[in-house]
Write a protein that binds this ligand. Structure first.
Ligand SMILES: [Zn+2]
Ligand SMILES: [Zn+2]
Length: 145
């Protein structure tokens, strides 16, 4: 890829550009794919067509935040929102179904049980270190607890 600050070629995993010292994706002056000059407001490169939008601004696509996941689990655990946040769509749907269907049949007991699971998971998230959280839930995608 190309450094978005100076337009020089740079390794995709590089933390800082060897030519200018700036993180290669921090600026928006050059296209990361072809190295052509770009306007900071451009969302796509006019030369090669690659998307230049900054995806990190969307909290559901950027790096997962332990605090957000933990609070979602504790506050909205019964709806499985923290599962959806972490990208566990299957587990999120299971929690949602148990809450909605199970909760109706059992007069709220299903919702209570799922909420407890959410609270426990939220507390587990919050007690982990950032590295632990990242390793367990973002990289390994551990589905429960
Ligand atoms: Zn550079
Ligand atoms: Zn380009």
């Amino acid at each position: 890829m190309f450094c978005r600050n100076c337009g020089k070629e740079v390794h995709p995993q590089a933390v800082a550009c060897p030519s200018c010292g700036v993180p290669p994706k921090a600026e928006k002056k050059f296209c990361s794919n072809c190295g052509v000059e770009t306007d900071p407001n451009q969302v796509a490169c006019t030369k090669c067509g690659v998307s230049l939008a900054n995806k990190a601004s969307n909290p559901f696509q950027g790096p997962k935040n332990k605090l957000v996941a933990g609070l979602l689990g504790i506050l909205l655990g019964g709806l499985g929102i923290h599962k959806f946040y972490l990208g566990y769509n299957k587990e999120g749907i299971i929690m949602l179904v148990v809450t909605l269907v199970g909760g109706t049949v059992t007069c709220g007991i299903g919702y209570g049980l799922v909420s407890i699971v959410g609270i426990i998971e939220g507390i587990i998230y919050l007690t982990k270190t950032d590295e632990d959280f990242e390793q367990t839930y973002v990289k390994n995608q551990k589905p429960w607890f």
